[in-house]
Design a protein around this ligand. Structure first.
Ligand code: SPV
Ligand code: MG
Length: 434
């Protein structure tokens, strides 16, 4: 009996996929689906809507499929060497772009035992990209969005999160991507920063914006995005308030909150010891974490403890002791903050942290040590990087330059040409304007 191998994600199954399976049925034989795992898919594009188990249930019930096995990398080689199929069938769209190299490697591999690749002509009028676009326009649900952070943590070497301070900036985090080495690279999620949310309202980052006001901005962001969200909860407020915040965020589909172990009037951490800021006792802070974990109603919501020991020059040992204590109290992750110009201090922390038996995801915010790369962070076991303020920092000088140009030229032509997007683009930027 001939063996036919088909690699696919089978997330949004459409007639194009069924056409490929039909071609396999016409050849006749054992049809084996190499179902790409979340990790394999996340290595070159967005996470699929359905997780591996959900996708598996669907595809194994399609007529003609003999077996479904996981394909853990974009590269087919390991599965092909194991199965030695006579044919590999794929839509002919993989002849160009992102998958062309993969195809060539498949051809070379199966040629060793006389196997052949069959490229099935692309089914016109329907594609996963079209369906993805429509799904994005429909939006998401709180449950699906909330669970996405955990799935990303399981599937990606490092999860990248970028700050948004209003609906418009969140659209940038949602939609911007670049292509590099045939991979589509985009941010994985959104950071609701206290600093940039305050600054966008021309308020200092001293905890002045109340939770209700912050939720209004968060709602604008929820309206136009589907990516998971991490909320900057400052120090979480009094325990009695914190448990309400947790429930509110869960209801909205936010994936997690980060709370910092400080007490008293909030000051931005990047001031360090230039201003008075006090650290809470680890015992008090552990109580707050426990209260939040007890109050939460969903399974996936993450309460992440942020340690300010390095910011406040309390030493590495204090940071380590606190990390242990907070994890024991039930924290789902640790954010370790630093305002040093180099990554050394955080790197040192990871050496101890990575040895913890109950280690949970580690999060960093490289604002002052911005030279560090995602690869270097991942090599030290860091699981999430937050770009906490860059979009707002970029927008402000652009607006100042525009204002100066208008003032200097007593008209707007120079500014329009040099700094502004065309009017046509701004009026159509947000769908539904026409
Ligand atoms: C924020 O973005 O508001 C943060 C990170 O909390 S930092 O500004 O570095 O404290
Ligand atoms: Mg903050």
């Amino acid at each position: 009996m001939k063996k036919i191998y088909i690699g696919m994600s089978a997330d949004l199954l459409h007639p194009g996929h069924l056409n490929i399976i039909e071609q396999a049925r016409q050849i006749g034989g054992e049809i084996i689906i190499g179902l790409l795992t979340d990790k394999a898919i996340a290595s070159y594009k967005r996470l699929p809507y359905m997780n591996y188990e959900q996708r598996k249930i669907i595809i194994e019930n399609v007529k003609g499929i003999s077996k479904v096995i996981p394909q853990d990398t974009l590269d087919y080689t390991a599965n092909l060497e194991m199965l030695k199929p006579d044919y590999v069938i794929h839509g002919d769209d993989w002849k160009k772009g992102i998958q062309a190299q993969t195809r060539q490697k498949v051809i070379d591999t199966i040629a060793k035992w006389g196997g052949k690749v069959i490229d099935v002509p692309y089914t016109q009028g329907i594609s996963s990209s079209q369906l993805n676009k429509v799904l994005k326009e429909i939006g998401t649900t709180p449950e699906i969005r909330a669970a996405r952070l955990e799935r990303l943590l399981e599937s990606k070497e490092i999860v990248t999160i970028c700050e948004a301070h209003n609906g418009l900036s969140s659209l940038i985090v949602e939609n911007t991507y670049v292509e590099e080495n045939n991979k589509k690279i985009e941010f994985d999620g959104i950071w609701i920063s206290s600093l940039t949310q305050s600054a966008a309202k021309a308020k200092p980052d001293i905890g002045y914006l109340d939770t209700t006001t912050r939720m209004e901005v968060l709602n604008d962001i929820l309206d136009v995005t589907t990516k998971p969200i991490i909320y900057d909860g400052d120090n979480g407020g009094p325990i009695e308030h914190f448990i309400f915040t947790v429930k509110t965020l869960e209801r909205l589909g936010v994936s997690g909150i980060i709370i910092e172990d400080k007490i008293g009037l909030k000051k931005n951490s990047l001031f360090g010891t230039e201003v008075i800021q006090n650290q809470d006792t680890k015992e008090n802070f552990a109580l707050k974490i426990k209260a939040g974990k007890t109050a939460q109603v969903t399974k996936n919501f993450m309460i992440i403890a942020r340690i300010e020991s390095l910011i406040l020059e309390k030493g590495m040992e204090d940071a380590i002791v606190r990390a242990k204590c907070y994890l024991e109290a039930g924290a789902d992750g640790i954010m370790i903050h630093s305002r040093q110009k180099t990554f050394d201090e955080i790197k040192e922390f990871t050496k101890y942290y990575n040895k913890f038996e109950n280690r949970k995801p580690l999060i960093v915010v490289p604002s002052s040590y911005s030279q560090v790369t995602e690869k270097e962070l991942a090599n030290c076991g860091i699981n999430v990087v937050i770009y906490a303020n860059q979009l707002l920092r970029a927008a402000y000088p652009a607006m100042v330059n525009t204002a100066k140009s208008i003032l200097l030229n007593h008209r707007s032509q120079e500014a329009s040409e040099e700094y502004c997007m065309p009017i046509k683009e701004i009026i159509t930027l947000i769908p539904g304007a026409k």
